[in-house]
Design a protein around this ligand. Structure first.
Ligand SMILES: [Zn+2]
Length: 243
């Protein structure tokens, strides 16, 4: 067994463990929500994706490799993944009149000056919104059509895997963007514009109604998402990026 197989076995094992741990956590959150206890916030989508990827990449030396063909099960076994997405789409459609065309969701972090000079700063953080789900779905369709044809010849149900991959790409775009945008966003969160003393975080709140217009961060993340998809297509058509 060479070193790369050994690393792959270790990584897939670790990812699978993380999936089991977080998926159980999500079930626990759901249970607490159902019995009326405080709503815990689970980790959405990622645990199910980790489980699916772990099963897909596991080398034959790893014990979990014998479940290889059941890679899609974690996507459904984690309540925060496909079950939550189905609930989310259903809930959005049901309430579409109340939130007409509000495609963007933000978490707003409120900062105040430690010297109480009156200066306040609201930092907008982008959160998963219908816009991202629609963008991932739109990006999925051409990839899915290509995957059905030669030379890949995948089965139709890889649609779910490709959609999951596109959602992961949207998360990755958000993560990369937060690093790239850091120099532009950290200033107002750190120092008061009036007296230059430090700012303190007094709370975060989710804006459940959403926003009709994208924040500039939404636009930035969408740009990164498009770049990642272009890279994916270049790799798919030429096979040169990962060699
Ligand atoms: Zn101040």
């Amino acid at each position: 067994m060479d070193a790369s197989t050994e690393i792959l076995a270790f990584v897939s094992g670790l990812m699978f463990l993380a999936f089991v741990f977080w998926a159980l956590g999500n079930w626990w959150c759901l249970f607490r929500a159902l019995i009326g206890k405080r709503k815990g916030s689970g980790l959405l989508i990622i645990p199910g994706l980790l489980g699916a990827i772990a099963l897909l990449i596991a080398p034959s030396t790893n014990d979990i490799a014998r479940w290889h063909s059941y890679w899609w099960i974690p996507l459904f076994a984690d309540v925060g993944c496909v079950p939550w997405l189905i609930y989310y789409v259903w809930f959005s459609v049901k309430n579409r009149h109340r939130h007409e065309m509000r495609f963007f969701r933000h978490i707003i972090a409120e900062y105040v000056c430690t010297r109480r000079c009156g200066y306040e700063f609201s930092a907008v953080c982008v959160s998963l919104s219908p816009f991202h789900i629609i963008a991932a779905a739109v990006a999925t369709i051409p990839l899915w059509i290509v995957s059905l044809c030669s030379p890949l010849n995948l089965s139709w149900y890889f649609l779910f895997g490709i959609f999951a991959g596109e959602l992961l790409l949207a998360f990755l775009a958000g993560f990369l963007s937060s690093i790239l945008m850091f120099p532009f966003t950290a200033v107002g969160e750190t120092y008061c514009k009036n007296c230059r003393s430090r700012m303190v975080l007094v709370g975060r709140h989710f804006d459940p109604l959403g926003s009709k217009k994208p924040h500039w961060k939404d636009v930035f993340i969408f740009g990164v998402f498009i770049i990642l998809n272009v890279a994916l297509w270049i790799d798919l058509t030429t096979g040169k990026l990962w060699q």
